[in-house]
Design a protein around this ligand. Sequence first.
Ligand code: IPE
Ligand code: IPE
Ligand code: MG
Length: 248
Amino acid sequence: MTETHASAPPAHIAIIMDGNGRWAKSRGMIRHAGHKAGLDTAREIIEHCTALGVGALTLFTFSSENWQRPEGEVTRLMELFLGALNKEARELHENGVRLRFIGDRSGFSAKLQSGMAETEALTSGNPRMLLNIAVGYGGRWDIAAAARRLAGDVAAGRLKAEQVDESRLAAALSLADVPDPDLFIRTGGERRISNFLLWNLAYTELYFTDVLWPDFRETALDEAIAWFYSRQRRFGKTGEQVEEREHA
Ligand code: IPE
Ligand code: IPE
Ligand code: MG
């Protein structure tokens, strides 16, 4: 067998948690029941990632486009989110998890915004795993915000236009201090990125599964990670080059 395997565990996993609505519908339940079940799955997957020693986990919880959903669904999602923030934050803190929210927070209630800030402050010194919760997040928003920041630096004379390069742009993004995801997972059957981490997924291994998010339990994550181990990451090089390096 000539295929070489990724040897390090995924340092950063990014997940689009999709399929809550269909999960509920298939059981004759309202969509919100799917979101509640999805929260239970998120808790289990976060715990599992922490136990496995994953360095960073980024969960797509609410996209910039999800604001377009029916008002009732958005309102109940926000309530669920606030409840989770109040209930789960302490437990995550006790487990040594550091929480960070990425996305445009301006659309969220004052209560949610302060809850997010307090949770970030409470957990900021935690060493175990960085949990990024993407809310009101869009990959295009992130890149545009980074470009705006750099343009501001140029206008203020702190940076020359010709100094704008990939590393400076990357350093102005929400996940500037986190390595790019090694493994991306999307549940729910769609094969698309839906405006998630557009910049950061450039060389990520993409894993798509038909399993709906509420059904994506520990063993399903183990399967995704096993698949990740089977990939040869070439980053533009030839397979032979990669094998040589691995055997050196
Ligand atoms: C993902 O599940 C959760 C959010 C986007 C908030 P969906 O609500 O998109 O579930 P489906 O895709 O309709 O089944
Ligand atoms: C992506 O799911 C966003 C989240 C899971 C938070 P969507 O259900 O919004 O994606 P589309 O609309 O099917 O692409
Ligand atoms: Mg969906």
